[in-house]
Ligand binder design. Structure first.
Ligand code: F6R
Length: 364
């Protein structure tokens, strides 16, 4: 059942502190206080690049992972949507490692991409939520997410559990490749261990997100912007918003605004800006100033320090806990889920079963 919630989607959003904890515990060794990677079927030090392939929301989890693996494990990562990877005739080298991310483990394009990679001699890793799925059976290494069954068509808890698993994978790779030192490793591990509690804190913003949603029900479009790992979270926020509210939403890397999309900004266009404190904050802040100067209506999602910097400028501020920038995407994923959910409920759409969509896309 829906556990007292009106929709499966809301129930699944609220399950996130628990299932993120479950997903984390498969990697985090409480005794040693480090993140353990299972015995890898490849030599992490011998790699020169990594491929990540997925569809939809799972591909956005892959994009976040690219930033993590490049930063922490110093390994270049190519992320592809499966339907492009399969048919592009990209050169592949036997022994390369390719990661396939899929909640269902059955998505036709991702499964075919995995078979294509395997046939080319690549080492295949599947990040899957359904342990008895085709991808789980066929991959060389399975990294299981522990989201539990996800009923809502729009992925929520499966996405954040994918992020947890991929963050642990990136930290584990960084250790194995000696690209993060012990102090950084311990700091990251502590930050990860706190994520379930911080995610629970973020759910306290629910009533604010519902109030902001009231201002979005009648708009014709919403823009999402962010830099670094907040860029794929912006993409995910826009996807969630359009797929359940049927209102047009787009996401851009904040630095790309001036190369075109800024022309969209006029009186009152809602812009959801994701800007955790960290090395990229000042850059995003100046993009926000540009949006406000053109009378865009900025809904800023940030932390205490960010709120103090931009309070006088923006229409709405959602304040999240202050965390290590590495784990920020795990928190910033939630308010955009809630914003999409409440807007869709207020519009009266079928939140759990949006039109034209199926939970598992087993045709090309
Ligand atoms: C969007 C959504 C889809 C899926 C995509 C891949 O909310 O859920 O974009 O992420 O169809 O599905 P899986 O992860 O099962 O391969």
């Amino acid at each position: 059942g829906k556990g007292g919630h009106r929709h499966f989607m809301l129930k699944e959003i609220y399950e996130q502190p628990a299932v993120i904890g479950d997903s984390l515990r498969t990697f985090l060794d409480p005794a040693r206080g480090t993140i353990e990677m299972q015995d890898a079927p490849f030599d992490p030090k011998a790699l020169s690049r990594m491929l990540i392939v997925a569809c939809g929301t799972s591909a956005y989890a892959g994009m976040v992972a690219k930033y993590w693996i490049e930063q922490l494990a110093r390994l270049p990562v190519d992320v592809d949507v499966a339907s492009e990877f399969r048919y592009r005739d990209t050169p592949l080298t036997a022994g390369e490692v390719a990661v396939f991310i899929s909640q269902s483990g059955e998505t036709a394009d991702t499964l075919a991409a995995m078979r294509h990679a395997k046939a080319a001699g690549l080492v295949t890793i599947a990040v899957v939520n359904v342990p008895e799925s085709s991808m789980a059976r066929e991959a060389d290494l399975v990294l299981r997410t522990k989201a539990g069954p996800e009923i809502g068509v729009a992925s929520t808890k499966a996405f954040t559990c994918q992020l947890v698993t991929l963050a642990c994978f990136a930290i584990g790779l960084g250790r194995a490749r000696s690209t993060i030192d012990d102090a950084r490793d311990q700091k990251l591990t502590r930050a990860m261990a706190e994520v379930p509690s911080r995610v629970a804190d973020v759910l306290n913003n629910d009533s604010q997100m519902r109030r902001i949603a009231e201002s979005l029900v009648h708009v014709t479009g919403v823009l999402y912007v962010g830099r670094g790992t907040s860029f794929p979270i912006a993409l995910e926020g826009a996807l969630k918003f359009k797929e359940i509210s049927y209102i047009h939403a787009e996401a851009y890397a904040a630095g790309e605004l001036k190369h075109g999309p800024i022309a969209l900004i006029d009186d009152g266009l809602p812009v959801v800006a994701l800007a955790p404190s960290g090395p990229l904050f000042d850059k995003t802040a100046s993009n926000i100033e540009e949006i406000v100067a053109r009378r865009g209506r900025v809904i800023l999602i940030t932390d205490e320090a960010g709120a103090a910097r931009l309070a006088d400028l923006v229409a709405e501020i959602v304040v999240l806990p202050t965390v290590d920038p590495v784990v920020a995407p795990l928190l910033y994923a939630l308010p955009v889920q809630l914003l999409a959910y409440h807007t869709a409920v207020l519009k009266g759409t079928d939140v759990d079963q949006p039109r034209n969509l199926a939970k598992s896309v087993t045709v090309e």
